[in-house]
Design a binder for this molecule. Structure first.
Ligand SMILES: NC(=O)c1ccc[n+]([C@@H]2O[C@H](COP(=O)([O-])OP(=O)(O)OC[C@H]3O[C@@H](n4cnc5c(N)ncnc54)[C@H](OP(=O)(O)O)[C@@H]3O)[C@@H](O)[C@H]2O)c1
Length: 333
């Protein structure tokens, strides 16, 4: 079998940002495997995307128990890529996974109980072929499980060696503060929070960024391109047959409204004037926050990884450009 030998210069261009008060640094751009890495997708394409990402200094790969489809298959695919290519570089990788959404039948396949979280992570480790993950997340709050139980389960997961760090995802600011205090008291501080954040979805700006700064927690924003809307893909309103809007049910053709298309046209013109693609400007916009540790992209092909990493070489966003972006998206949100 051909031995995978990554480029020795792979760390030269990627900036690494410290995850708040921790010792861990993450690449400014990280890659998620929510879409494009299931058993329904082409393995050779996904493998090429992961290899290219690693060559460009992307050391962080984000998974969840339910990524696929079918659920679990993205972890199996990534496990196979580890076996074929990246396994020898395990100590250079930050692999994360999560539990919290529906994964299995019965009362122990969803939620935030200690029973579900520990069993789910054991299943993830088997699919990945790993002894431990670097970050384990509770994927979303569970109102039916005491917060104390979920946080104690995360603490147990770290103490048992299944994960090095823990994170939370989709927690609103007040609950995040409560959870952070519980974890701190247990001696397993919350490393990072994973919220959705992009030009169209600004929820993060309403208390969550402040809570993260106060609690000393890092931030990794998911869907920074609004699942592809904030690229040149849908300019003019055409939906390419191989795009997420045509293939998957999380982004629907109905989401591409005339108001959003008008905003996308204006944003595209602004990006071109800056010498960037719209995707690059959208990523630079997320990364402008001092508290933003990393931006978590998805990619269906190698060129999208190249485009994303190119965002790190662009000019900073000036105050008048930020104001223009706010005006353009205000009518479409
Ligand atoms: N914690 C959570 O609840 C949660 C939820 C969602 C996501 N996530 C994480 O965040 C990761 C990223 O989410 P996401 O995939 O929604 O992110 P995204 O970066 O907003 O969207 C990625 C999609 O946009 C399109 N795209 C990317 N670059 C492009 C370019 N340069 N030109 C044209 N189209 C481009 C591709 O779709 P096409 O197929 O159309 O090419 C790609 O798959 C996930 O993989 C997952 O790890 C977490």
């Amino acid at each position: 079998m051909e031995q995978y030998l990554p480029d020795p210069a792979r760390y030269d261009a990627m900036p690494y940002r410290r995850c708040a008060l921790s010792g861990l640094q993450l690449p400014a751009v990280s890659l998620g495997l929510w879409h494009n890495f299931g058993h329904v997708d082409r393995f050779d394409v996904g493998r090429g995307v992961i290899r290219r990402a690693f060559e460009l200094g992307i050391t962080h790969f984000d998974l969840a128990n339910n990524y696929g489809p079918p659920p679990g298959s993205a972890e199996r695919v990534f496990g196979e890529i580890l076996r074929l290519d990246l396994g020898a570089h395990r100590d250079e990788l930050i692999v994360s996974t999560k539990a919290g959404f529906l994964m299995g039948p019965g009362p122990y396949g969803d939620g935030g109980s200690r029973k579900y979280l520990v069993a789910s992570l054991d299943q993830s480790l088997r699919r990945l072929g790993l002894d431990y993950v670097d970050i384990f997340y509770h994927h979303r709050p569970d109102p039916d499980t005491p917060l104390e139980e979920t946080m104690a389960a995360l603490d147990h997961i770290v103490r048992s060696g299944r994960a090095l760090y823990v994170g939370l995802s989709n927690y609103p600011a007040p609950l995040l503060r409560e959870a952070a205090a519980l974890l701190r008291n247990l001696g397993t501080p919350c490393l990072i929070h994973q919220p959705r954040y992009n030009m169209f979805d600004r929820e993060l700006e309403h208390g969550l960024l402040d809570a993260l700064a106060d609690e000393g927690i890092g931030c990794i924003a998911f869907s920074p391109l609004a699942q592809g809307l904030l690229t040149d893909k849908y300019l003019g309103g055409t939906i390419p047959p191989d795009s997420r809007a045509a293939r998957a049910h999380f982004l629907k053709a109905a989401d591409i409204t005339p108001a959003r298309l008008a905003a996308i046209e204006g944003l595209h013109a602004l990006a071109v004037a800056r010498g960037q693609t719209l995707a690059q400007m959208a990523l630079a916009w997320v990364l402008r926050h001092a508290g933003m540790t990393s931006v978590l992209i998805g990619a269906s092909r190698i060129s999208q990884v190249d485009d994303a990493v190119g965002a790190l070489r662009g000019p900073e966003l000036a105050a008048d450009e930020l104001a223009a972006i706010d005006r353009l998206v205000a009518v479409a949100r």
